[in-house]
Design a protein around this ligand. Sequence first.
Ligand SMILES: Cc1ncc(COP(=O)(O)O)c(C=O)c1O
Length: 399
Amino acid sequence: MNPLLHRLHPYPFERWRELTQGVVPNPALPHINLGIGEPKHATPALVLRALSEGFPGLASYPATAGTPALREACAAWVQRRYGVAVDPATQLLPVCGSREALFSLAQTVIDPTQPGATVVCPNPFYQIYEGAALLAGASPAFANSDPARNFAADWSTIDADTWRRTQLLYACSPGNPTGAVMPLAEWQRLFELSDEHGFVIASDECYSEIWFGDEAPLGALQAAQQLGRSDFRRLVVLTSLSKRSNVPGMRSGFVAGDADVIRPFLLYRTYHGSAMSPAVQAASIAAWNDEAHVRENRALYRQKFEQVTPLLAEVLDVKLPDAAFYLWAAVPGGDDIGFARGLLAQYNVTVLPGSLLARPAHGVNPGAGRIRLALVAPLEECPEAARRITAYTRSIAPE
Ligand SMILES: Cc1ncc(COP(=O)(O)O)c(C=O)c1O
């Protein structure tokens, strides 16, 4: 067996299941699950229609690079959304969801024969980054999120020696679990570091279409263009239809950016066998070409956040995030696991303890003392969950 498999950590949900063995959820209340970040809104009819109209395509093997029509639809979306031109022939590839692409990108980019190959990740983070680094024969290094700076990853804590060994950096904007959007200045700093040390930047932007402010989140390609880097050197962006179009089961997204990264990535993917089904390609074209359903989806999330955030803010340190569908709340007393277990036992609400989403680094676990609430449950369930969380918090930490 591949010995690197032993370096993988259990997934946060696995650890949460272990931690809740023996916890009996209050049977008098129906369960509300704010634990898992899975979109639950309805899949748009136009996507389902295009999917079924694409069924005849199942009679052929798809190309790993996807059809020109799909790549052009994705590139046209990048142009509309970010005002950025990418060449659909050389700077873009469809992928079967951003998860597999985040993983396989590391397998393409990392040279494990270099001593101390390193992948820099934000912390807390999406656990695929770490697993991708480990299975590629590299080690992760973590930049902790700083609550004092809107949870921005503190890249300055990575020392010079680690930067020298860094081959890949994952950024996540909007962030999971913090919802923070990276501003232009932070991108500028990362581009400078990438120029100095030669590492590839993978920008995970799968939450880019769920946002709460006046302006859509800045994307990495857009940041690169604004900073005069229109060749997107050593930069690739990964995005997805899962959250934008409520199709997590369809497995569809794309990668765009530096042609010198996309080319070897296509080669790797050809052997890995990750071509997108023709029916999914047809449905993806329909999804990328439509914005009306994305606006409706965003409006639904906004409604939930407007109802829930003020209720929770009465008892928890929490604020409306820039984007994504999570609240990242500090709990009184700082014991996130104890809080989440107690909440499940007494009020039958599942939330995810923040310490399970981060690794101890630089002397702390930056997820400790916080919980992640995914506002994916139906509209009416979210304020009910907030009322229960408020009652529970008051019961353990009376004001
Ligand atoms: C930060 C982040 N990136 C990527 C993904 C993967 O999404 P998908 O593979 O559905 O595109 C997720 C899913 O939850 C996520 O939270």
